[in-house]
Design a protein around this ligand. Structure first.
Ligand code: G4P
Length: 548
């Protein structure tokens, strides 16, 4: 009986979890939307003051000194809040384009994404990149068209843009009544109700006036001019006549995006988005381990590390490994297998982290994220599990696009410098390479974006008291060389000027090129040498051809 009861509990806990991320181009309104979600979740006390001017606000995720210095968000934070009967896990993705690698990792840990688009700008560069990552993972994507109270491109043009630029079907769940100064509100298509807009930038919880039914349109007549009302009803008719059925299966497979309109700043349309999103988005689903699907309701606990954050609390120098739970129930102090080292580890010091605030976590379920503090063994992508047969391979390595030598400035700090760097390499903050024929006096590092180097330098200084100097190198394209070709064989070949031969930290041969042109030239001259964008075992099938 207890077993059966436990299972029921597990099913219902999984069923009410929604784990997602918000993706957007900087300034589209991701932070504002997050704040409004938190308000609905009643979590705002925890978040501290989250409204007001950007420069003054201290959001929950705004904790790292480097972030403050740069005024950007370089790290991910997990926000968990209850809403209705749901337990919502919102994983923050860094907005800066340098952090695509980091963002990618966060997207491996979610089950759905909300894409925020500025109504006046449409699909911007960073949105597109992030969308591609979601598509590769087959994530269901929901769209929020923000800033509708300002002049925009118009709903039809925006839907068209989603379809043509992203190749993603778009299904409007609601429809804006005008825009700019003439923005009157939204039609909720499914419930056939009109929600009337009133600017409430300060007042957050004011509910909009809602018509009972479009057919009974006394309010519509009162609020809109005759011609605006006629045009609106025509548009709604047109949508209905276009007759596209809402296809939930297509949403689940990431082929169709439900589109919501609104204004995050005015907290308008946010609740409609949140309600429908939670109702339609998937609860945690099975994850593939090779050919086996691991059901989240499987009793054995398992999860993988998708994020490592060091130095979160300036008071306590520490490091937290964030684990996405994929199956089973987590309980405090449980012992699990660390698949990569083969060692048993105790998951003590599990914390729910909310910006600077932390509380001990006693229990968690699939879809949840736990932060394990103080364990230096856990590396990015690692699996922790009660079942030795489970080994997740969710995190591929990305081909670096920038390189630099890192020099220790003061020989007295050498030991600390090495120790700190080894720790960060273990965490995969950056990757290390070894140039063929070089004495390797200074570590030669590769990163997807230069900001990753800044993180290394910042942490070496603040955590290890080692000051460093960075000497950028000019390669921008990395390719792993196919099996069977050795570094010596490569060295004996003709290399175009600007190309170099190296190995990664696991001894695999790598070629570095100055630019894409350089790479093509090499390929044309020596097509028999197979080059790969990813090191062999880290490229999931879906990533084989993709680049972000
Ligand atoms: P991000 O996290 O995606 O980078 O965007 P963020 O929420 O910080 O919003 C970017 C800017 O857009 C902010 O203005 C914010 O107030 C504004 N904004 C967000 N939602 C809406 C909306 O629905 N309508 C309008 N008109 N503006 C919106 P800012 O001037 O950069 O900052 P602040 O000084 O106003 O805080």
């Amino acid at each position: 009986m207890r077993e059966a009861g436990g299972f029921m509990n597990m099913e219902s806990e999984i069923g009410r979890r929604r784990t997602f991320a918000i993706i957007s181009h900087p300034d589209a309104g991701k932070t504002t939307l997050t704040e409004k979600f938190l308000l609905y979740g009643g979590a705002v006390q925890l978040a501290g003051a989250v409204t007001g001017k950007k420069k003054d606000r201290a959001t929950a995720s705004d904790w790292m000194e480097l972030e403050k210095q740069r005024g950007i968000s370089v790290s991910s934070t997990v926000l968990q809040f209850p809403y209705d009967n749901y337990c919502v896990n919102l994983l923050d993705t860094p907005g800066h384009e340098d952090f695509s690698e980091d963002t990618y990792r966060v997207l491996t840990a979610v089950d759905a994404a909300i894409m925020v688009i500025d109504a006046a700008k449409g699909i911007e560069a960073q949105t597109r990149k992030l969308f591609e990552v979601c598509r590769m993972r087959g994530l269901p994507i929901f769209t929020f068209v923000n800033k509708c109270e300002r002049p925009g491109k118009g709903p039809l043009a925006l839907l068209d843009e989603i379809e043509s630029v992203l190749g993603l079907g778009a299904y409007p769940m609601n429809w804006p009544m005008g825009d700019g100064a003439q923005f009157h509100g939204l039609i909720d298509r499914r419930r056939r109700q009109a929600h009337f807009f009133e600017a409430t930038a300060g007042g957050r919880h004011r509910a909009a006036e809602v018509s009972s039914d479009l057919a009974d349109d006394a309010l519509l007549r009162e609020k809109l001019t005759d011609s605006a009302r006629t045009q609106l009803l025509e548009e709604i008719d047109m949508l209905e006549m276009a007759g596209e059925e809402f296809d939930r299966a297509a949403v689940m497979e990431g082929r169709l995006t439900p589109v919501f309109f609104g204004s995050a700043l005015n907290n308008f349309g946010v609740r409609l988005l949140l309600d429908d999103f939670l109702a339609l988005a998937p609860a945690p689903r099975s994850r593939k381990v090779d050919e086996t699907a691991i059901d989240p309701a499987r009793p054995e606990f398992s999860g993988f590390v998708f994020k490592i954050q060091a130095n979160m609390d300036p008071q306590h120098r520490d490091r937290v490994a964030f684990i996405r739970i994929c199956s089973g129930r987590f309980s405090r102090d449980m012992s699990v297998l660390h698949a990569q080292s083969g060692k048993k580890i105790r998951l003590s010091f599990a914390q729910r982290v909310f910006g600077r605030d932390r509380e001990t976590q006693d229990e968690a379920w699939p879809g949840d994220v736990i932060g394990i503090a103080g364990n230096t063994e856990l590396g990015l992508g690692d699996t922790v599990t009660e079942d030795p047969a489970i080994l997740y391979r969710e995190l591929p390595r990305f081909p670096p696009e920038c390189f630099a030598y890192l020099r220790n400035e003061d020989m007295r700090n050498y030991k600390r410098f090495r120790a700190g760097l080894e720790q960060m390499l273990h965490e995969k903050v950056v990757q290390r390479f070894h140039l063929a024929g070089s004495a390797d006096l200074a570590p030669f590092l590769g990163a997807v974006g230069p900001l990753q180097f800044d993180v290394v330098r910042f942490r070496l200084e603040s955590e290890y008291r080692a000051t460093t100097r960075l000497e950028p190198a000019s390669w921008t394209v990395t390719r792993w060389v196919g099996e069977g070709v050795t570094v010596d064989q490569l060295g004996a070949r003709f290399l175009p000027s600007g190309a170099a031969v190296a190995t990664d930290d696991d001894g695999r041969p790598v070629m570095l090129f100055a630019d894409e042109w350089n790479l093509r030239y090499f390929n044309d001259k020596q097509p028999e040498i197979p080059l790969h964008e990813y090191p062999p075992e880290s490229a999931p099938k879906s990533l084989a051809r993709a680049a972000i």
